[in-house]
Design a protein around this ligand. Structure first.
Ligand code: XMP
Length: 500
């Protein structure tokens, strides 16, 4: 990669947002440990460094610090929140604890009166109270220095979070840092990485064969498409159909992947999974049983294929970052499909997407020709509909849920303001109803639709009543075992997105 921006991590929850925003501005970025030695930074030759936020106080002796030599490398540095406090503290300024702090959107007023005040997301209790020599305040709030810079040394800091969409003009602030201070020329595009990724796979795999567990999710699907281009005819994909997919999904996966240059094996294991789930009502137990059964089925099928030296996994960059690893470094024992390689003797595990964020994987998938519906697929839990059927899973309940879920999707797929995720849940509760002239005693279905960017928090989506009415009316008339429909109006926290 010719142009690199390093994001040095001090434990901030937004590190991936920062790195993702930089890439979104066409500059390649990677996240590394905040303590990275200045010599190591220099060796990587980044055009700029960003110090992330973090939960600590720089005033405490054992809070995380960066190498002081970092500021003498002549490389532009942007400190965000804790990163700004750290930079000021280490260069001789003063940071104070004990103030009231600022949380939420706060008005920031630039020192240059030609610029308008704007709202920025703040989340800090410490604040910079004296700037290091050579620095000047470029913006303030009512209670703190909101931004500062030493133009000569190309060092700057913001107390707020320009990486979140809650900061007005945040993207423009990052753009100016990259293109004006760091002199970036841009040009990074995830779809352009396809050729290099394909080349890399060819180099690693040589003339050998590769095995992939294909779930039909975005990551494993893009991984399969990439591998089929890199080593045509030498990729085998095993798709374990556990019978817990949505209506028509298994057939759709088979249709898409059977047309690629790979060997596609669909294992129809519905009955095995249902038998294994019999009597299991506890969500954690259901998840565990499905995970174990998946490994068993996969191993059995893989064993039939004879020796395949490489196992491919759809691991993506956030998986690596969240497990404390580094992309490009020797990847630690980190596996997407928990425990898979243990009893299978693979010479190597390849993870071609390990440097990409989810949205980049989607862009790559599109470039590789995968259908839009597949690359834009909403998150779908590994245990599938088994954790959307409350309590024990039976074929009868699954059938009702598949039909209910299809109705929710049909009614919302084309909506103008589509929620981030929407689906149906089949509760374990029955209620009395009346259909025709008869009394019924059937299942209560729930509709869940949420708005979220990160899936770590969410609000319930305020669906129009006309849509809810249509969904409810269709479910109760088209599905014999559903007599009542409720709408889930819980946010996360305290709820979760899934019900189990
Ligand atoms: P929760 O229910 O924890 O879900 O609020 C957050 C997001 O994660 C998805 N989810 C899963 N995804 N395997 C997955 O790949 C799982 O076991 C799993 N459980 C939940 C969920 O759909 C939501 O988008």
């Amino acid at each position: 990669m010719s142009e690199l921006v390093l994001v040095l991590d001090f434990g901030g929850q937004y590190k991936e947002l920062i790195a993702g925003a930089v890439r979104g501005l066409s500059v390649y970025s990677e996240i590394r440990a905040g303590s990275m030695a200045a010599d190591d930074v220099k060796r990587l030759n980044p055009i700029g460094v960003i110090l992330t936020g973090g939960p600590d106080s720089v005033t405490l002796p054992d809070s995380p610090k960066c190498d002081p030599g970092l500021f003498a490398l002549g490389i532009p540095v942007l400190g965000i929140c804790y990163g700004m406090q750290l930079m000021c503290h280490m260069l001789g300024g003063e940071v104070s604890s004990g103030g009231a702090g600022e949380y939420g959107r706060v008005t920031v007023t630039p020192a240059d009166s030609a610029q308008k005040p704007f709202l920025a997301l703040m989340s800090h209790s410490d604040a910079v109270t004296r700037l290091p020599e050579g620095f000047k305040a470029t913006a303030r709030t009512a209670s703190c220095i909101a931004a500062c810079e030493d133009a000569g040394r190309r060092l700057c800091g913001v107390q707020f979070h320009p990486e979140t969409k809650h900061t007005e003009g945040g993207r423009e602030i990052l753009r100016r840092f990259l293109y004006e201070l760091c002199g970036a020329s841009g040009g990074y595009r995830p779809e352009k990485t396809a050729a290099a990724l394909i080349e890399n796979i060819r180099y690693t795999v040589g003339e050998q064969r590769v095995l992939l567990a294909l779930s039909g999710g975005v990551d494993s699907s893009v991984c399969a498409a990439l591998l089929s281009k890199a080593v045509p005819g030498r990729l085998t994909c095993i798709f374990v159909d556990h019978g817990l997919m949505r209506l028509g999904e298994g057939d759709e996966i088979e249709r898409v992947f059977s047309s690629l240059d790979l060997r596609f094996i669909r294992v129809n294991a519905q009955e095995r999974f249902l038998a294994r789930l019999r009597g299991a009502a506890d969500p954690e137990r259901k998840r565990k049983l499905i995970g174990e059964e998946f490994i068993r089925v996969f191993e059995k099928e893989a064993a039939k294929l004879g020796d395949i030296p490489f196992l491919a996994q759809g691991t993506i960059y956030p998986d690596i970052v969240e497990s404390g690893g580094e992309y490009g470094a020797t990847i630690k024992s980190h596996h997407n499909v928990g425990g898979l390689p243990e009893t299978l003797a693979f010479t190597g595990v390849i993870e071609p997407l390990a440097g990409l964020f989810k949205d980049e994987v989607r862009v790559l998938g599109k470039k590789l020709g995968l259908p839009e519906a597949l690359v834009k697929r909403q998150p779908f839990p590994g245990p599938g509909l088994a954790i959307r059927v409350m309590g024990e899973v039976t074929e009868e309940k699954l059938e009702a849920l598949r039909a209910a879920d299809a109705i929710v999707r049909e009614e919302l797929d084309g909506a103008r303001r589509r929620p981030a995720q929407y689906f149906a849940v089949l509760t374990d509760t029955r209620s009395v109803g009346v259909k025709g002239d008869g009394r019924t005693y059937d299942y209560v279905a729930a509709v869940r639709a949420v708005t979220t960017d990160d899936f770590m928090t969410c609000g319930y989506a305020p669906l129009p009543h006309t849509v809810l009415r249509r969904v409810s009316s269709r479910m109760t008339s088209e599905i014999p075992s559903i007599s009542r429909v409720v709408y889930d109006v819980t946010s996360k926290p305290p709820g979760t997105i899934e019900w189990e």
